[in-house]
Design a protein around this ligand. Structure first.
Ligand SMILES: *Cc1c(COP(=O)(O)O)cnc(C)c1O
Length: 399
């Protein structure tokens, strides 16, 4: 999965061009920079790759979500619906706007269950954030149809699915905004970094201005304009060195996905020996970015026993139900409303807590995730490692 597995001469060359220019900042310094504009070039290349009209680079995938929410005008007292199986960043960004995250069940896609989304929408819902977890598609068509019926914008958290598609169309291009992460463990990486894509020129302009302290970008779209300030912003600007690495990694993305597909095939065949196994529902295998192979065993006990054998052999699978960073009942700091704010904002006003999260609130997700195991699919997979995994699975199949 991580793009750093194949760092090479291309990344080095790109970074050297920035260092030779002497300018690390994405805006201004036109006279000094020898016409090197790596972040701008990366944005244009990323938009062209995904087929979106516009792209806005930012400092992280979390910042991308925050910038998208801010551009959509989400703030205090609003509700934003997302899924109870995602990385904490998705709801951290919601809380950081002062808004309240509301969680849906996941279904066998391990992404947002549209039937539950319908139930979680209220008059206060201001955005919906389905997540394309583990490289593959949420039911974005159904989710978008529900959102459209209620006139609520959709942000696709595509942090884990760069290079993924649904029926030929890039993930991240279905909603109002698609957000991406290029952190250390993502399919393509810039060390830290993120991107927002959109077809809406107005939204793009707001994202561009918000991420740059509210500098107006009006006379010079995508770049600094005059000295006007349409609103109060923040600083989520990407550096030129990150943009440079992004260009090199983006050029490799299709190759990365193709290699992962081959390795995922290996995992799928090896796992098939387990009695009663079923696989995560993938809506469009062709468009899967193949970062993970996820499977389910008949019940919780069997899943524990099988993974114990795999762990004993040094090739244990990820058990998301035990993971503290991706699964709702394990987010004790959220459940307990532990914010940095002594007054308890945004859960509480004047010391009185208004929002209470019940750890038992997502029984369908629990029933699926207790039975779920996942292997991360690397880009490079040695034959000895394959043999070790296949042998361990054979052994686990016999218990
Ligand atoms: C990684 C990730 C993020 C956050 O990205 P960062 O670049 O680490 O801030 C957001 N959402 C999901 C689903 C992620 O996996």
């Amino acid at each position: 999965m991580p793009g750093f597995e194949i760092f090479g001469a291309e990344e080095k060359q790109q970074v050297l061009e920035v260092l030779d220019s002497g300018v690390l900042f994405r805006y201004e310094f036109a006279a000094q920079r020898n016409n090197v504009w790596k972040v701008l070039e990366f944005e244009r290349a990323f938009a062209a790759y995904t087929g979106a009209a516009h792209a806005q680079a930012v400092t992280s995938g979390t910042a991308a979500l925050k910038v998208a929410l801010a551009a959509l005008g989400v703030g205090a007292g609003d509700e934003v619906v997302t899924q109870g199986f995602t990385f904490v960043a998705t709801w951290e960004a919601i809380l950081d706007c002062g808004a309240i995250p509301v969680f849906t069940e996941v279904d066998w896609t391990l992404n947002m269950d549209p039937a539950d989304l319908e139930k979680k929408i209220t008059p206060r819902t201001k955005a919906i954030i389905p997540v394309h977890m583990m490289g593959a598609q949420a039911r974005i068509g159904e989710i978008k149809a529900i959102a459209d019926r209620h006139a609520i914008p959709v942000i696709e958290d595509t942090a884990q699915a760069a290079g993924g598609r649904l029926n030929g169309r890039h993930l991240g291009t279905f909603g109002a905004v698609g957000t991406f992460s290029f952190d250390a463990v993502k399919t393509m990486t810039t060390g830290e970094g993120g991107m927002c894509i959109t077809n809406d020129a107005g939204l793009w302009q707001r994202m561009s201005e918000y991420h740059d302290h509210g500098h107006d970008h009006v006379p010079n779209p995508g770049g600094r304009g005059g000295e006007g300030r349409p609103f109060i912003g923040f600083n989520y600007r990407m550096m030129e060195i990150q943009g440079a690495i992004g260009l090199a990694q983006l050029a490799k993305l299709d190759t990365i996905v193709a290699e992962q597909k081959k390795n995922k095939q290996f995992f799928q065949e090896a796992v098939r020996v387990l009695p009663g196994v079923r696989f995560r529902e993938i809506l469009d295998p062709e468009g899967d970015s193949a970062t993970f192979l996820t499977f389910m065993l008949p019940d919780k006990e069997r899943t524990t026993a099988v993974n114990q054998v795999l762990r004993d052999q040094g090739v244990g699978a990820v058990r998301w139900s035990e993971n503290g960073w991706h699964y709702y009942p394990n987010w004790e700091h959220l459940l307990e409303g532990k914010t940095y704010c002594q007054g308890g904002w945004p859960f509480a006003a004047h010391g009185k807590r208004r929002i209470v999260y019940d750890p038992q609130a997502l029984p369908q997700s629990a029933a699926i995730l207790e039975r779920t195991l996942t292997y991360q699919v690397p880009i490079l997979l040695a034959d000895e490692q394959k043999a070790k995994i296949a042998a361990a699975l054979q052994q686990a199949a016999r218990i």
